[in-house]
Ligand binder design. Structure first.
Ligand code: GTP
Length: 370
């Protein structure tokens, strides 16, 4: 069975992490998200994956090739220009010959795909949308269904008094290729504002598949940190590599930990990580390969990509640090701070409240002080 994964977005909400890395290639627990997603599709019976790419397309080619390493046939198809979600699938319509899954490339879910497929087939559906409940329905596009699951209405960000359901589009679809007769070729066209309303008009069978599976859109900074927490505390099934060193502490290869360092799980340490004297690491935290955590540095609830050098006495809390950054002595990165790639942040700076540092930034010592 084939699946199309939409990975052509710019990932603006996750900048600066997505300046050099397309959103589906950002690591989740030290593995590119799309790689894990393809492994999950393979394990659920998908044999061929078509990646609809646009932005930073070569990064996907370099990392995934033809997919043989992952045991799936991968086709990387680049759009001439962004075509939108439905337009991107229309662009690969010639490769679709049967019932097909379509996934947003930024959603982490443990949805049972075979159960969804059985639901789609049992109802003779032409297009089935996975639905997930949310706490605040006023912030989302809602999908109303009848008792048999048939979709009756789409409601975009309703006022509280107009809320009739808390089910939203979860970004996983099953469709019959014939529905693409409604999608104009060579144009920007969205599922939500284009194909779905059209199919309500034409009365083609279109169903919602309600599910309480784990679901999160990893494309927002806070969600990116939270999803690491959920994985490390076991809220979602997400296998990660590594050998267990202690209570909920895993290392993905050789690591050097000073005997006086204090480690409290859940923690994942990448290959080649060095942790200095009296450093403190408190989970849920992920430290990418080849990071150096100097003496007396303190890290809590943070996600570090590879090759970072964290100076003595630095404090990192609830933040994300991209690749190859130098964080100076006693600098604090707090509360949703995001540092891109290749930055040098001098000593004794204090960055907090979701501040975002663009790739290549150099900040002197005490430039933003306490
Ligand atoms: P933001 O800019 O942060 O909103 O992220 P995004 O650009 O990824 O947009 P959004 O989250 O709305 O997109 C949902 C999914 O569709 C993501 O996996 C995107 O990669 C993908 N996507 C959005 N627009 C396009 C497009 O024009 N072409 C392709 N191939 N994929 C797209």
């Amino acid at each position: 069975m084939k699946a199309v994964v939409l990975v052509g977005g710019l990932g603006t909400r996750l900048r600066p992490l997505t300046c050099n890395t397309p959103k589906p290639m950002i690591p989740l627990v030290n593995q590119p998200f799309i790689e894990r997603m393809i492994e999950n599709l393979r394990d659920q019976g998908i044999t061929e994956v078509i990646l609809a790419v646009q932005y930073l397309a070569d990064r996907f080619r370099d990392a995934l090739g033809d997919g043989s390493r992952l045991g799936v046939k991968v086709h990387i198809i680049e759009e001439p220009e962004p075509r939108g979600t439905a337009g991107a699938v229309k662009n690969v319509e010639h490769m679709l010959d049967d019932t097909t899954f379509v996934f947003n490339g930024d959603v982490l879910t443990d949805l049972d795909l075979q159960a969804m497929l059985a639901y789609h087939r049992a109802r003779g559906s032409k297009l089935t949308i996975a639905l997930t409940p949310v706490e605040d329905p006023t912030a989302f596009g809602l999908v109303e269904t009848l008792a048999d699951g048939r979709i009756s209405r789409f409601l975009e960000k309703p006022r509280p008094e107009d809320v009739t359901t808390n089910m939203i589009n979860a970004g996983t679809y099953i469709l019959e290729p014939e529905v693409f007769k409604y999608v104009p070729p060579g144009q920007f066209y969205m599922f939500e504002r284009g194909l779905f309303p059209v199919m309500l008009q034409t009365s083609d069978p279109m169903f919602g598949y309600p599910s309480h599976a784990y679901w999160t859109d990893v494309g927002k900074p806070q969600a990116y940190i939270e999803v690491h927490h959920d994985i490390l505390i076991g809220k979602v099934k997400y296998p990660f590599k590594g050998k267990q060193l202690g209570d909920r502490i895993w290392a993905e290869g050789e690591v050097q930990i000073h005997p006086s360092a204090q480690l409290v799980g859940p923690l994942v340490l990448g290959h080649g990580v060095t942790i200095g004297a009296d450093a403190k690491l408190i989970g849920p935290t992920v430290v990418g390969p080849h990071c150096t955590i100097s003496a007396e540095a303190s890290i809590e609830g943070a996600v570090l990509w590879d090759g970072n050098d964290i100076g003595p006495g630095a404090v990192l809390r609830s933040c994300v640090v991209g690749r190859n950054n130098r964080i100076g002595p006693k600098t604090h990165l707090l509360d949703g701070t995001i540092v891109g790639d290749d930055c040098t942040i001098g000593g004794e700076n204090r960055l907090e409240r979701g501040v975002r540092i663009w790739p290549g930034t150099e900040l002197k010592d005490q430039a933003i002080s306490f």
